[in-house]
Ligand binder design. Structure first.
Ligand code: NAD
Ligand code: UDP
Ligand code: UDP
Length: 317
């Protein structure tokens, strides 16, 4: 007989950066995990250590197609997150967010399963409200090069709330702010992995624009803790809820920190700013503090040191 405290959990995008850390935490807590991934940006290396574990099952599957499995919880993370990857096949990016959400919501509806959506601070676009609170509707260019991701994620949020209202689904919508840590792909294209890999290889560090744009960086362990807490909240907390680290840094400060911490001789070069690149981003996490008792615990310096240690092993290999 099944132990009632053991959940059967589906993680879509489970071979990705965040998904693989989530699988680790769920397996460590004694749950059964089905990891679904089409390996578009994810890697078997991220979950290789779990293959063979009797509680872990890996399915190569694209969430834009229907999926029939039996689970109690669904974490919907499938979607490329880095601009260079999500802009490579923008139509597929929108399909992944929208068709993927419909399929996973249909699955949750049939099973009466609780479902969490990995949404994003990108729903705020280039924000005029700073820091961003959940009640801010955002400023997104609907026809720009980031729209496949931003609008796809916004539509997914709409679908989650309509399934909630129309079909009484138990939903959790989490707005994730920039997150970093071990298992980011070295060629992922996001700023933290780019800067660290460039510094470790002694290559020029590429700042896009003048480097005065800001981001707030959350260490992956903090983020996953917030995600797990959100999933286990009661029906009065559907979200959306911001999870991120309110520490705000310019890209220039980040580059200088990476050079200092790696002891690199890399120079800093300035390159054109991609279109629609948000000027500033910082979460207001009052709601997460109140509803989840959650706040980040890992400061950027410390998280960067751990991430640099990880990339030393990858870049040397
Ligand atoms: P990632 O690219 O490492 O992981 C995404 C995973 O989804 C990959 O394993 C990829 O192969 C898989 N995938 C993509 N399309 C798929 C499809 N159609 N079917 C099945 N699998 C598919 O990115 P990540 O940083 O781990 O992000 C995970 C989720 O969190 C994404 O939904 C992303 O939008 C969201 N998010 C991440 C951040 C961040 O800073 N890391 C910020 C905001 C939101
Ligand atoms: N779906 C799925 N697995 C399930 C149930 C549904 O993948 O176990 C998909 C299916 O493709 C369906 C979609 O989810 O089209 C939406 O399901 P819903 O029941 O909301 O709508 P309908 O079946 O009427 O399209
Ligand atoms: N960025 C940069 N150099 C890089 C990669 C990114 O200066 O090599 C900048 C990018 O223009 C943006 C910020 O860093 O202003 C964060 O970019 P990322 O792609 O990591 O995330 P997002 O823009 O989606 O927040």
């Amino acid at each position: 007989m099944r132990n009632s405290s053991v959940q059967r959990v589906l993680v879509t995008g489970g071979a990705g950066f965040l998904g693989s850390h989530l699988c680790d935490r769920l397996i460590a807590a004694g749950h059964d995990v089905i990891c679904v991934d089409n390996f578009y940006t994810g890697s078997k290396d991220n979950i290789r250590h779990l293959i063979g574990n009797p509680r872990f099952e890996l399915l190569r599957h694209d969430v834009t197609f229907p999926l029939y499995v039996e689970v109690d919880r669904i974490f919907n993370l499938a979607c490329p997150a880095s601009p260079i990857h999500y802009q490579r096949d923008p139509v597929q990016t929108t399909k992944t967010s929208v068709h993927g959400a419909i399929n996973m919501l249909g699955l949750a509806k049939r099973l009466h399963a609780r479902i969490l959506q990995a949404s994003t601070s990108e729903v705020y676009g280039d924000p005029e409200v700073h820091p961003q609170t959940e009640d801010y509707w955002g400023r997104v260019n609907p026809i720009g090069t980031r729209a496949c991701y931003d609008e796809g994620k916004r539509c997914a949020e709409t679908l989650f709330f309509d399934y909630h209202r129309q079909h009484r689904l138990e939903i959790k919508v989490m707005r994730i702010f920039n997150t970093y840590g071990p298992r980011m792909q070295p060629d992922d294209g996001r700023v933290v992995s780019n800067f660290i890999v460039q510094a470790l290889k002694g290559e020029p560090i590429t700042i896009y624009g003048d480097g005065n744009q800001t981001r707030s960086f959350c260490y992956v362990d903090d983020l996953i803790e917030g995600m797990l807490r959100l999933m286990e909240t009661g029906p009065d907390v559907p979200g959306p809820i911001n999870i991120g680290n309110p520490g705000e840094f310019t890209m220039r400060e980040l580059a200088e920190m990476v050079v200092r911490q790696t002891g690199s001789k890399s120079s800093i070069v300035y390159m054109p700013l991609p279109s629609d690149d948000p000027r500033q981003r910082r979460p207001d996490i009052s709601l997460a503090r109140e509803k989840l008792g959650w706040a980040p615990t890992v400061a950027l310096e410390e998280g960067m040191a751990r991430t640099i240690d990880y990339f030393r092993t990858v870049v040397a290999a």
